[in-house]
Design a protein around this ligand. Structure first.
Ligand SMILES: [Zn+2]
Length: 256
């Protein structure tokens, strides 16, 4: 069975509290050898650290404050978690300029502070970007030689993707790409170079073609790999092999 890595899943979401052991077992049985679990708010920082300590073989923590949940106290506490030897990335951080979000200034201040922290600690950054590709590009561009950026559940066009690729970014595909009607995602999955491709479920936030969002878990990484193989005219084995080797390269050797 080909090893798979889910590079972005919220097993720290309270909806997994009672099911985490079964969820991880189902994932293991499908070949998932690593789950990167990014935090997003103050409460999730401690829960993510605890989960990583309970499941050190498969669950790898990321620490960051999501643009939806800006909180000064959380930002003050963040560095304590980022310093932990288990930490594999900074995140989930970024910009979301959809209507009804926190102010752009506040989002940019949090994002900038967290990019700096990633550079200080030599960690990759998993980036949430909605309706903000140009601004995210401008903010990460000065760090192109110092940090590795993962564009999580990438939602831009092929042209925008190419600009991020030129900065050395990795492009991560979620269940969105499995939807038959998601042509923009299919075009990106076809065009991304094999050495920049990552897989993620973003569980429990993004539905796949077969499964509603609330029931998505890391085992569905296999469905995403299979769809991307179809789109690229590649084998399932090849997509698993490339994406897993990329994930190990980005997040480090702890992911065996
Ligand atoms: Zn997420």
């Amino acid at each position: 069975m080909e090893p798979l890595i889910d590079t972005h899943c919220h097993l720290n979401d309270p909806s997994f509290n009672d099911t985490i052991d079964d969820v991880l077992e189902r994932a293991r049985r499908k070949g998932v050898v690593g789950c990167v679990v990014p935090s997003y708010d103050r409460e999730s920082l401690a829960r993510t650290a605890e989960l990583a300590q309970l499941n050190p073989d498969i669950l790898f923590p990321g620490f960051g404050i999501h643009p939806w949940f800006l909180d000064e106290k959380a930002l003050q506490e963040l560095e304590t978690y980022v310093k932990m030897p288990e930490t594999v990335c900074l995140g989930e951080v970024g910009l979301d300029l959809s209507p009804g979000m926190p102010s752009r200034n506040a989002q940019e201040a949090f994002f900038a502070a967290q990019i700096r922290m990633a550079a200080d600690y030599g960690l990759p950054v998993t980036v949430h970007c909605r309706r903000a590709h140009e601004r995210v590009y401008e903010m990460v561009q000065p760090y192109r030689d110092r940090i590795t950026v993962i564009m999580h559940s990438f939602s831009g066009s092929v042209e925008v993707m190419k600009r991020f690729l030129d900065l050395g970014c990795y492009i991560s595909f979620s269940g969105s790409v499995t939807r038959e009607t998601a042509k923009k995602y299919h075009r990106c999955a076809a065009a991304v170079p094999a050495d920049r491709l990552l897989l993620e479920t973003d569980a429990p936030s993004i539905a796949t073609q077969t499964t509603p969002a609330s029931r998505v878990e890391p085992v569905h990484t296999a469905e995403i790999a299979s769809k991307i193989a179809d789109i690229r005219g590649a084998s399932y084995t090849e997509v698993c092999r490339r994406s897993t080797s990329n994930a190990r390269c980005v997040f480090g050797k702890r992911m065996k």
